[in-house]
Design a protein around this ligand. Structure first.
Ligand code: PLP
Length: 452
């Protein structure tokens, strides 16, 4: 049995204990956090629609017209006219035949992936995919080939090793903790050549990238080249819930096979109405997306001037990788004391020794306040003993990873994925086959079995 107090003590000693913080009022660019006014730099309310008056009114109105709950799952009596309307609008927005609304992005990934792969199949998954993708892979009972982050060569190698058992490639389009974009054209090309299905998670691309905010796939002209586009309603669209956009056959199949669609209560009408209003606003005023990009550029420029490595990505997500969890927390708390709220993100959300401040820009920030925040972050980082200009890992990453696993806070299967990433940094672009094992059998007794 898990000794709860002992586990919590261990978490504390590793600098990994978590707690919730309390925000008063709506998720605007400024919030009251634990009673103190701060600039909010870690919300996924990218377009400022969660607190938009029209979106709030739509939710309030829906509560009066349809009630606050759907009362049943979609296949019983939970599909209401407003769900159907949202699905039609989302399909049109993503330029696909059909869309299906799920309870959340987590549920959409878990349900879709586990419906599209099964025992005996191989799923190919980027090593930095979101936890809901990882859990979907596990639930599918398929073997999972975790390919090196954004590395089509490693993916190609894995597909060959799967010897025809490949079923699905799944990836974030925009990586939630790094802000970089998957090599979508190469992934689509490989999928088509090897007759694999593709699920692309546009949780952070929808509303933020591409023409009219239609996503990273639309930006790359690939919207109609993948099997499933997954989007969330709880980020740029300011509400809650998620959807998949696909063709009619896929939609009909998922209605019958995605257990998280079948066995969970339908989305509440106010959340559906809010998403509809947000979508209408996005279509009316697509310049919000340009504003978001301009703000991301302003923040990156300010951080680069402070010496931070802002990488080459151009999205609204900007990671400041610090390394040690305790130091990330110290910088986070010091920034908060100076009025900037950028939550520290630590393992297991990110690989060991890559703890970071994950900054997220909103279209409703002012450029000047973002530049000021960058100056604050530079000053507090230095005051906390972290020199932004001296980049790179702080200590022995593998030792720390092992420590986390031993303490039971990181699943060894996750650790293996992270380990791959850490190792990849030091390897030539075409690593020798010995390291290229990567088909993991999550069901195997005794932890991870490398089948390749
Ligand atoms: C890439 C990605 N997919 C899925 C999800 C889950 O979405 P939701 O919060 O709607 O469950 C998230 C949430 O952060 C995410 O970042």
């Amino acid at each position: 049995m898990i000794e709860l107090e002992a586990r919590l003590d261990e978490l504390r000693s590793l600098g990994l204990a978590r707690r919730t913080r309390l925000v008063s009022g709506p998720q605007g660019p400024h919030v009251l956090l634990d009673g103190k006014p701060v600039l909010l730099l870690c919300s996924n309310n990218y377009l400022g629609l969660a607190d938009h008056p029209r979106v709030r009114e739509a939710a309030a109105d829906a509560a009066m017209r349809w009630g606050v709950g759907a009362g049943a799952s979609r296949l019983v009596s939970g599909t209401m006219t407003i769900h159907r309307r949202l699905e039609e609008r989302l399909a049109d927005f993503k330029r696909r035949e059909a869309a299906l609304v799920f309870g959340s992005g987590y549920l959409a990934n878990v349900g879709t992936i586990s419906a599209l792969a099964g025992a005996g199949d191989v799923v190919f998954s980027d090593e930095l995919n979101h936890a809901s993708i990882i859990d979907g892979c596990r639930l599918s009972r398929a073997e999972v080939f975790v390919y090196d982050h954004c590395d089509p060569e490693h993916l190609r190698w894995g597909i060959a090793r799967a010897e025809g058992r490949g079923a699905l490639i799944v990836t974030n389009s925009v990586f939630s903790m790094d802000g970089d974009v998957a090599p979508l054209a190469e992934i689509v090309e490989l999928a088509q050549r090897h007759r694999l299905r593709t699920v692309i998670d546009e949780a952070h691309g929808t509303g933020a990238l591409g023409p009219g905010g239609r996503g990273a796939l639309a930006q790359a002209g690939l919207e109609d080249q993948v099997d499933v586009i997954l989007g969330t309603l709880g980020k740029a669209l300011g509400s809650y819930g998620a959807f998949v956009a696909c063709d009619q056959t896929m939609a009909r199949y998922l209605v019958n096979a995605a257990r998280t669609f079948i066995f969970s209560t339908a989305l509440p009408p106010p959340a559906v109405a809010a998403a509809l209003a947000a979508l209408a606003l996005l279509r009316e005023r697509p310049e919000r997306v340009d504003r978001l990009a301009a703000n991301a550029t302003a923040l990156r420029a300010g951080l680069a001037a402070e010496g931070f490595d802002v990488g080459t990505a151009r999205t609204q997500i900007v990671p400041l990788v610090v390394g040690r969890p305790e130091q990330s927390m110290r910088i986070c708390e010091a920034a908060l004391a100076r009025g900037v709220f950028a939550q520290a993100i630590r393992p297991p959300t990110v690989p060991p020794m890559t703890s970071r401040l994950r900054l997220a820009v909103m279209a409703t920030h002012r450029e000047e306040e973002l530049r000021e925040a960058a100056r604050t972050l530079g000053a507090v980082a230095r005051a906390c003993g972290f020199d932004p200009r001296a980049r790179g890992p702080v200590t022995d990453e593998r030792a720390d990873a092992g420590e986390l696993v031993a303490a039971g806070f990181v699943d060894p299967r996750d650790e293996d994925g992270f380990g791959q990433r850490a190792a990849a940094r030091h390897l030539p672009s075409s690593p020798p086959p010995a390291r290229r094992g990567g088909v993991f059998d999550f069901e195997a007794p005794g932890g991870v079995r490398r089948a390749a």
